[in-house]
Design a protein. Structure first.
Lengths: 138, 80, 138, 80
């Protein structure tokens, strides 16, 4: 099962886990990316996420399909939040189930690492004294 | 050919809008498009890197663009 | 923060995640071990868990402390269920938060791998035609 | 010395109870205890492996036991 979603609403972690649970799988590995209160010691007020939605969904589906193909996992859910996020909010949830836990961990890590490299999603960090598009400049 | 370029993130700010009508020469490649963009918007050269997506796929420099293509500027991504 | 628990009640995954969430941490890695419907193609009816509680808690605390020391993570929650479990029930939940996701993944994996080797907890698999203490014999 | 041995998992079944009163010679080591256990309960030799815990810690073979120690038989663990 592959479930990929981009949502303007808060992510529901329990739903992601329930969708991914499988009685043939003994383990679920989950990664939740949350908004930190600081970047390089500077206080973060909020993050603003935007995406190129059609392409982002396509890239997320590729990651999910590759994770299934490469790791032998059975189910993967990738949900990413859009819009304005505050400290502690979940930006991304990735849940992976597999008969064996090694594959679930490998695939979960592969998915978040690759998402950060290839999926057209951008975040702007808003500080007290300005804002910056993350990674835009060297 | 006349085409619309989609922009996101910092590119949207550099282009001052989420999409930009542009007149491009017929048979232009991705590499040539990048040169045109950088000539018209020098701020683009200051980015860490950026890619061009054509029809929702990252495009190689030698790809020839068509007026029916959906073309987008992809500045460094920062999801997650 | 280290939180270690052995419980006869169903594990509350949301609570484990909330306890582990930290505004200084950008990522949470979670592992949930669930009861599979089959072992080597044999249908599992239920699992029965028991433990040497005082020593199990001590070993779980050691794992948590080592995870903090070795990986530089900030928070780790390890909850293990006891008693009779049915297909799909969660037997163990490990949640780890860290400023950076690599450490969270490493520590989560270290914790479940080590728990399975050192913590005095035992499970009996009950099949339609018999039962077996897992790993007891070669 | 008189002591109580705690048993778990399959060892509980082999010993037919969660704890067993045993008379051990004074100054007995963990290795000697294992020999005594295997002599009295040959089923123990069929286990994949097992360890002795003393006061909630895994014990080395040469540790000398005291009547005040909490001694437990730890068959192969299978948590998670």
């Amino acid at each position: 099962m592959i479930d990929v979603k981009i949502s303007a609403e808060p992510l529901d972690i329990t739903t992601c886990i329930m969708k991914t649970t499988d009685t043939e799988c003994g383990g679920i590995a989950i990664f939740i990316g949350t908004v930190r209160n600081k970047t390089n010691a500077k206080k973060v007020i909020r993050l603003e996420y935007e995406c190129y939605q059609s392409m982002a969904l396509k890239e997320m589906k590729k990651i999910a399909a590759d994770a299934v193909r490469l790791s032998g996992i059975k189910n993967i859910t990738i949900h990413h939040r859009m819009g304005i996020l505050h400290i502690g909010d979940s930006a991304v949830v990735i849940a992976v189930s597999a008969p064996h836990r090694e594959a679930a961990f490998d695939a979960c890590r592969y998915a978040i690492d690759t998402l950060k490299k290839t999926v057209p999603i951008w975040k702007k960090e808003v500080f007290e004294d300005g804002e910056v598009w993350v990674s835009a400049h060297a | 050919m006349k085409t619309t370029i989609l922009t996101f993130g910092i590119a949207k700010e550099i282009f001052n809008g989420a999409s930009k009508e542009m007149n491009l020469k017929d048979g232009i490649t991705v590499a040539e498009l990048k040169n045109s963009l950088e000539a018209a918007y020098p701020e683009m050269k200051k980015l860490h890197s950026y890619l061009i997506a054509v029809n929702n796929e990252y495009a190689e420099d030698d790809l020839v663009l068509d007026s029916a293509d959906e073309i987008a500027i992809i500045p460094p991504v920062s999801g997650g």
